[in-house]
Design a protein around this ligand. Structure first.
Ligand SMILES: [Zn+2]
Length: 256
């Protein structure tokens, strides 16, 4: 797929990178990404995914903007308080780059709707705020053979991992956290607090890893880093990387 001259201009700083080039930018333009959670992680992630020219974005969140969100949820402003995040995020994308396709979905993902919502995606980026949704998203990604970048943040620490549990030798997110949290529906952020810039770091790092995965088929940024969990510490500051093992008894991916 050739890009129009104005698109070539828009992404000139990508295209000049040998790791991306015209072929990589074209791959991003035809990619479909489902973004789960449009909060502290999803907002900055969306800004950099849209900035990278990801052609199709499905924006999933059933929440409305609260005044306390504005400290870190970078796509919203004060006039948005009380309005639905998914629709606001789609409006943000259309204002930013009308060439991109943004589909809002004001839904909460659970086991019964996750497969329908992730269907057709090249990648799912999950930045939601609870384990029940994360595990439902992970199971659906494994079943549909879709790569998952899962990101979480609290206080001064964040985690970003790339998962391909549908591959026989690769773990899924459930291999990492186990089965204990399927019923966990709490938003710990409200209790524990979070430095706003920390959410920004985790969200933009998740966008970087998502782009790494999307470009992997053409060489791109190299290894997609399946099963690597990056732990971001804002206080030190530091970045550690752990390797997650595939759980042979995992009920998300063991049979794959
Ligand atoms: Zn697993």
């Amino acid at each position: 797929m050739a890009l129009d001259p104005d698109r070539l201009d828009r992404f000139a700083r990508h295209i000049v990178l040998p790791e991306i080039g015209g072929a990589g930018q074209a791959a991003l333009a035809k990619a479909r990404v489902v973004l789960v959670g449009l909060g502290g992680i999803g907002s900055p992630a969306l800004q950099y995914l849209a900035g990278a020219g990801i052609g199709s974005l499905v924006l999933v969140d059933d929440d409305v903007v609260d005044l306390t969100n504005l400290q870190r949820q970078s796509i919203y402003h004060e006039g948005d308080v009380g309005r639905g995040k998914a629709e606001l995020a789609a409006v943000w994308v259309r204002d930013f780059d009308p060439f991109l396709d943004a589909q809002p979905l004001a839904a909460r993902i659970a086991a019964d709707n996750a497969l329908d919502i992730v269907a057709g995606a090249d990648l799912v980026l999950d930045g939601c705020d609870n384990f029940a949704t994360r595990l439902a998203v992970s199971d659906a990604c494994v079943a549909a053979r879709i790569p998952l970048v899962s990101a979480a943040v609290g206080r001064f620490q964040g985690q970003v991992g790339a998962f391909a549990g549908h591959l026989p030798d690769q773990p899924c997110y459930r291999c990492f956290v186990g089965d204990a949290f399927d019923a966990d529906d709490c938003d710990t952020c409200a209790e524990d607090g979070m430095l706003g810039a920390m959410a920004g770091w985790v969200g933009t790092f998740a966008a970087l890893q998502a782009i790494r995965v999307l470009l992997a088929p053409t060489g791109g940024l190299g290894d997609p880093q399946w099963g690597k969990l990056h732990v971001l510490d804002g206080l030190a500051p530091s970045l550690r990387t752990m390797t997650i093992a595939k759980d042979p008894a995992c009920r998300g991916c063991a049979a794959r």
